[in-house]
Design a protein. Structure first.
Ligand SMILES: C[S@@+](CC[C@H](N)C(=O)[O-])C[C@H]1O[C@@H](n2cnc3c(N)ncnc32)[C@H](O)[C@@H]1O
Length: 250
Protein backbone atom coordinates (compact mmCIF):
# COMPACT_ATOMS: atom_id res chain seq x y z
CA UNK A 1 0.00 0.00 0.00
CA UNK A 2 2.72 2.44 0.94
CA UNK A 3 4.48 2.17 -2.41
CA UNK A 4 1.37 2.92 -4.43
CA UNK A 5 0.42 6.52 -5.13
CA UNK A 6 -3.01 7.96 -4.59
CA UNK A 7 -3.40 8.03 -8.35
CA UNK A 8 -3.43 4.26 -8.21
CA UNK A 9 -6.59 4.18 -6.11
CA UNK A 10 -8.80 1.54 -7.63
CA UNK A 11 -7.37 2.02 -11.09
CA UNK A 12 -5.30 -1.10 -11.63
CA UNK A 13 -6.27 -2.67 -14.94
CA UNK A 14 -6.04 -6.21 -13.65
CA UNK A 15 -7.98 -5.70 -10.47
CA UNK A 16 -9.92 -2.45 -10.21
CA UNK A 17 -10.29 -2.66 -6.40
CA UNK A 18 -6.76 -3.84 -5.59
CA UNK A 19 -5.74 -0.65 -3.80
CA UNK A 20 -8.74 -0.61 -1.44
CA UNK A 21 -8.42 -4.34 -0.76
CA UNK A 22 -4.72 -3.96 0.12
CA UNK A 23 -5.38 -0.91 2.25
CA UNK A 24 -8.25 -2.32 4.32
CA UNK A 25 -7.10 -5.93 4.66
CA UNK A 26 -4.63 -4.99 7.38
CA UNK A 27 -6.73 -2.47 9.29
CA UNK A 28 -9.75 -4.01 11.01
CA UNK A 29 -8.26 -4.78 14.44
CA UNK A 30 -8.00 -1.17 15.58
CA UNK A 31 -10.14 0.45 12.94
CA UNK A 32 -12.97 1.74 15.11
CA UNK A 33 -10.89 3.64 17.66
CA UNK A 34 -8.58 4.99 15.01
CA UNK A 35 -11.40 6.15 12.77
CA UNK A 36 -12.36 8.61 15.49
CA UNK A 37 -8.77 9.82 15.61
CA UNK A 38 -8.66 10.30 11.84
CA UNK A 39 -11.86 12.35 11.96
CA UNK A 40 -10.68 14.44 14.90
CA UNK A 41 -13.38 12.82 17.05
CA UNK A 42 -16.14 13.98 14.69
CA UNK A 43 -17.00 10.71 12.95
CA UNK A 44 -19.80 9.81 15.35
CA UNK A 45 -21.55 13.18 14.83
CA UNK A 46 -21.24 12.95 11.05
CA UNK A 47 -22.56 9.39 11.01
CA UNK A 48 -25.41 10.39 13.23
CA UNK A 49 -26.42 13.16 10.80
CA UNK A 50 -26.36 10.73 7.87
CA UNK A 51 -28.28 8.01 9.72
CA UNK A 52 -30.81 10.61 10.90
CA UNK A 53 -31.56 11.52 7.28
CA UNK A 54 -32.44 7.87 6.62
CA UNK A 55 -34.25 7.20 9.91
CA UNK A 56 -36.76 10.01 9.43
CA UNK A 57 -38.15 8.21 6.34
CA UNK A 58 -38.82 5.05 8.44
CA UNK A 59 -37.44 2.55 5.91
CA UNK A 60 -38.15 -1.17 6.22
CA UNK A 61 -34.95 -2.13 4.43
CA UNK A 62 -31.59 -0.36 4.14
CA UNK A 63 -28.51 -1.26 2.12
CA UNK A 64 -25.30 0.04 3.73
CA UNK A 65 -22.54 -0.05 1.12
CA UNK A 66 -18.93 -0.28 2.36
CA UNK A 67 -19.96 -0.88 6.00
CA UNK A 68 -16.43 -1.94 6.96
CA UNK A 69 -16.62 -2.86 10.63
CA UNK A 70 -20.39 -2.19 10.70
CA UNK A 71 -20.45 1.02 12.75
CA UNK A 72 -23.03 2.64 10.48
CA UNK A 73 -25.07 -0.56 10.19
CA UNK A 74 -25.25 -0.81 13.99
CA UNK A 75 -26.34 2.80 14.29
CA UNK A 76 -29.00 2.21 11.62
CA UNK A 77 -30.25 -0.78 13.60
CA UNK A 78 -30.49 1.31 16.76
CA UNK A 79 -32.36 4.15 15.07
CA UNK A 80 -34.68 2.34 12.65
CA UNK A 81 -36.76 -0.85 12.58
CA UNK A 82 -35.30 -1.76 9.19
CA UNK A 83 -33.69 -4.97 8.02
CA UNK A 84 -30.13 -3.91 7.19
CA UNK A 85 -27.86 -5.43 4.57
CA UNK A 86 -24.21 -4.43 4.42
CA UNK A 87 -21.94 -5.20 1.47
CA UNK A 88 -18.22 -4.53 1.46
CA UNK A 89 -15.26 -5.41 -0.70
CA UNK A 90 -12.98 -6.48 2.14
CA UNK A 91 -13.64 -9.73 3.93
CA UNK A 92 -11.39 -8.85 6.88
CA UNK A 93 -13.35 -5.68 7.61
CA UNK A 94 -16.62 -7.59 7.41
CA UNK A 95 -15.31 -10.29 9.73
CA UNK A 96 -14.65 -7.66 12.36
CA UNK A 97 -18.06 -6.11 11.57
CA UNK A 98 -19.75 -9.50 11.99
CA UNK A 99 -18.13 -9.91 15.41
CA UNK A 100 -19.40 -6.50 16.51
CA UNK A 101 -22.89 -7.28 15.24
CA UNK A 102 -22.89 -10.59 17.11
CA UNK A 103 -21.57 -8.91 20.25
CA UNK A 104 -24.41 -6.38 20.07
CA UNK A 105 -26.90 -9.26 19.70
CA UNK A 106 -28.28 -7.55 16.60
CA UNK A 107 -30.31 -9.90 14.37
CA UNK A 108 -31.47 -7.43 11.73
CA UNK A 109 -28.04 -6.93 10.13
CA UNK A 110 -26.70 -9.22 7.39
CA UNK A 111 -23.21 -8.66 5.98
CA UNK A 112 -21.84 -9.99 2.69
CA UNK A 113 -18.89 -9.48 0.36
CA UNK A 114 -19.74 -7.52 -2.79
CA UNK A 115 -18.48 -4.59 -4.86
CA UNK A 116 -20.30 -1.26 -4.92
CA UNK A 117 -19.72 -1.19 -8.68
CA UNK A 118 -21.72 -4.38 -9.21
CA UNK A 119 -24.33 -4.99 -6.55
CA UNK A 120 -25.90 -8.46 -6.41
CA UNK A 121 -29.48 -7.15 -6.04
CA UNK A 122 -32.35 -6.53 -8.46
CA UNK A 123 -33.50 -2.97 -9.23
CA UNK A 124 -35.43 -1.10 -6.52
CA UNK A 125 -34.75 -3.69 -3.79
CA UNK A 126 -34.21 -1.32 -0.84
CA UNK A 127 -36.17 1.49 0.81
CA UNK A 128 -32.93 3.36 1.57
CA UNK A 129 -29.19 3.22 0.96
CA UNK A 130 -26.19 4.62 2.81
CA UNK A 131 -22.50 4.70 1.92
CA UNK A 132 -19.58 6.08 3.91
CA UNK A 133 -16.03 6.94 2.84
CA UNK A 134 -16.50 4.97 -0.39
CA UNK A 135 -16.18 7.11 -3.50
CA UNK A 136 -12.45 7.86 -3.09
CA UNK A 137 -11.82 4.15 -3.61
CA UNK A 138 -13.72 3.57 -6.85
CA UNK A 139 -12.33 4.33 -10.29
CA UNK A 140 -15.59 5.73 -11.70
CA UNK A 141 -17.70 7.49 -9.03
CA UNK A 142 -20.44 8.48 -11.50
CA UNK A 143 -20.95 4.90 -12.69
CA UNK A 144 -20.83 3.62 -9.10
CA UNK A 145 -23.50 6.13 -8.06
CA UNK A 146 -25.74 4.91 -10.89
CA UNK A 147 -25.30 1.36 -9.63
CA UNK A 148 -26.08 2.40 -6.02
CA UNK A 149 -29.19 4.31 -7.11
CA UNK A 150 -30.39 1.37 -9.21
CA UNK A 151 -31.13 -0.80 -6.17
CA UNK A 152 -33.15 1.88 -4.31
CA UNK A 153 -36.90 1.98 -4.82
CA UNK A 154 -38.35 5.19 -6.34
CA UNK A 155 -38.83 7.74 -3.56
CA UNK A 156 -36.31 5.94 -1.31
CA UNK A 157 -33.59 7.83 0.57
CA UNK A 158 -29.91 7.84 -0.38
CA UNK A 159 -27.44 9.31 2.13
CA UNK A 160 -23.66 9.44 2.32
CA UNK A 161 -20.78 10.60 4.44
CA UNK A 162 -17.32 11.56 3.23
CA UNK A 163 -14.42 13.56 4.60
CA UNK A 164 -14.29 17.14 3.34
CA UNK A 165 -11.65 19.84 2.96
CA UNK A 166 -12.23 22.92 5.15
CA UNK A 167 -12.11 26.14 3.12
CA UNK A 168 -10.52 29.48 3.92
CA UNK A 169 -7.19 30.98 4.94
CA UNK A 170 -7.34 29.73 8.55
CA UNK A 171 -8.95 26.30 8.54
CA UNK A 172 -7.38 24.93 5.37
CA UNK A 173 -3.79 25.38 6.62
CA UNK A 174 -4.82 24.03 10.03
CA UNK A 175 -6.46 20.99 8.38
CA UNK A 176 -3.36 20.43 6.22
CA UNK A 177 -1.13 20.58 9.28
CA UNK A 178 -3.37 18.07 11.05
CA UNK A 179 -3.60 15.65 8.13
CA UNK A 180 0.06 15.91 7.04
CA UNK A 181 1.82 16.04 10.41
CA UNK A 182 -0.43 15.13 13.34
CA UNK A 183 -2.28 12.24 11.70
CA UNK A 184 0.74 10.23 10.57
CA UNK A 185 2.40 10.74 13.95
CA UNK A 186 -0.69 9.92 15.98
CA UNK A 187 -1.43 7.02 13.64
CA UNK A 188 2.02 5.61 14.29
CA UNK A 189 1.78 6.01 18.05
CA UNK A 190 -1.61 4.32 18.27
CA UNK A 191 -1.64 1.84 15.40
CA UNK A 192 1.97 1.32 14.33
CA UNK A 193 3.40 1.55 10.81
CA UNK A 194 0.22 0.49 9.05
CA UNK A 195 -1.72 3.38 10.57
CA UNK A 196 1.09 5.86 10.03
CA UNK A 197 0.72 5.00 6.33
CA UNK A 198 -3.04 5.52 6.49
CA UNK A 199 -2.39 8.83 8.21
CA UNK A 200 -0.04 9.91 5.40
CA UNK A 201 -2.40 8.74 2.69
CA UNK A 202 -5.63 10.26 3.95
CA UNK A 203 -5.10 14.04 3.54
CA UNK A 204 -3.70 13.95 -0.01
CA UNK A 205 -6.36 11.38 -1.00
CA UNK A 206 -9.18 13.66 0.20
CA UNK A 207 -7.76 16.75 -1.51
CA UNK A 208 -7.16 14.90 -4.77
CA UNK A 209 -10.74 13.58 -4.69
CA UNK A 210 -12.24 17.09 -4.47
CA UNK A 211 -9.83 18.46 -7.07
CA UNK A 212 -11.17 15.88 -9.49
CA UNK A 213 -14.77 16.00 -8.27
CA UNK A 214 -15.68 19.30 -6.56
CA UNK A 215 -18.78 19.18 -4.34
CA UNK A 216 -20.97 20.66 -7.08
CA UNK A 217 -19.89 17.82 -9.37
CA UNK A 218 -20.90 15.33 -6.69
CA UNK A 219 -24.35 16.90 -6.68
CA UNK A 220 -24.50 16.59 -10.48
CA UNK A 221 -23.35 12.97 -10.36
CA UNK A 222 -26.10 12.16 -7.86
CA UNK A 223 -28.63 13.89 -10.06
CA UNK A 224 -27.39 12.09 -13.20
CA UNK A 225 -27.72 8.82 -11.28
CA UNK A 226 -31.45 9.46 -10.81
CA UNK A 227 -31.36 10.97 -7.32
CA UNK A 228 -33.33 14.17 -6.78
CA UNK A 229 -33.67 16.74 -4.04
CA UNK A 230 -29.95 16.40 -3.38
CA UNK A 231 -28.74 18.31 -0.33
CA UNK A 232 -25.24 18.73 1.06
CA UNK A 233 -24.28 19.54 4.62
CA UNK A 234 -20.73 20.52 5.50
CA UNK A 235 -19.94 19.72 9.12
CA UNK A 236 -17.11 20.51 11.52
CA UNK A 237 -15.84 23.52 9.54
CA UNK A 238 -15.98 21.48 6.33
CA UNK A 239 -14.09 18.41 7.61
CA UNK A 240 -17.12 16.18 7.02
CA UNK A 241 -19.64 16.17 4.18
CA UNK A 242 -23.07 14.56 4.55
CA UNK A 243 -25.21 14.25 1.42
CA UNK A 244 -28.78 13.10 1.03
CA UNK A 245 -31.38 12.78 -1.71
CA UNK A 246 -34.34 10.74 -2.95
CA UNK A 247 -34.46 8.18 -5.74
CA UNK A 248 -36.38 9.78 -8.56
CA UNK A 249 -39.83 8.41 -9.39
CA UNK A 250 -39.47 7.92 -13.16
C1 LIG B 1 -12.81 3.90 5.35
S1 LIG B 1 -13.68 2.39 5.35
C2 LIG B 1 -15.25 2.93 5.94
C3 LIG B 1 -16.02 1.85 6.63
C4 LIG B 1 -17.36 2.29 7.19
N1 LIG B 1 -18.21 2.82 6.16
C5 LIG B 1 -17.20 3.26 8.30
O1 LIG B 1 -17.67 4.39 8.19
O2 LIG B 1 -16.58 2.91 9.32
C6 LIG B 1 -13.97 2.17 3.63
C7 LIG B 1 -14.61 0.82 3.33
O3 LIG B 1 -14.93 0.81 1.94
C8 LIG B 1 -14.75 -0.50 1.47
N2 LIG B 1 -14.65 -0.41 0.00
C9 LIG B 1 -13.71 0.22 -0.73
N3 LIG B 1 -13.99 0.10 -2.04
C10 LIG B 1 -15.14 -0.62 -2.13
C11 LIG B 1 -15.92 -1.06 -3.22
N4 LIG B 1 -15.59 -0.79 -4.48
N5 LIG B 1 -17.06 -1.78 -2.97
C12 LIG B 1 -17.42 -2.05 -1.67
N6 LIG B 1 -16.70 -1.66 -0.60
C13 LIG B 1 -15.57 -0.94 -0.82
C14 LIG B 1 -13.47 -0.94 2.15
O4 LIG B 1 -13.35 -2.34 2.13
C15 LIG B 1 -13.70 -0.37 3.55
O5 LIG B 1 -14.32 -1.30 4.40
Amino acid sequence: MGRRSDAAVGRSREEPNAFARDLFDGLPARYDALEELLSFGQNHRWRSAMVGAVAEARPRSVLDVAPGTAGVALMLARRTDAEITGVDLTEQMLRRGGARVAHAGERRIRLAVARAEQLPFPDATFDALTFTYLLRYVSDPAATLRELARVVRPGGTVASLEFGVPPGPVWLPAWRLYTRVVLPGAGYLTGGREWARVGRFLGPSIEEHYRRYPIQQHVEMWSDAGIEDVRTRSMSLGGGLVMRGRRRRD
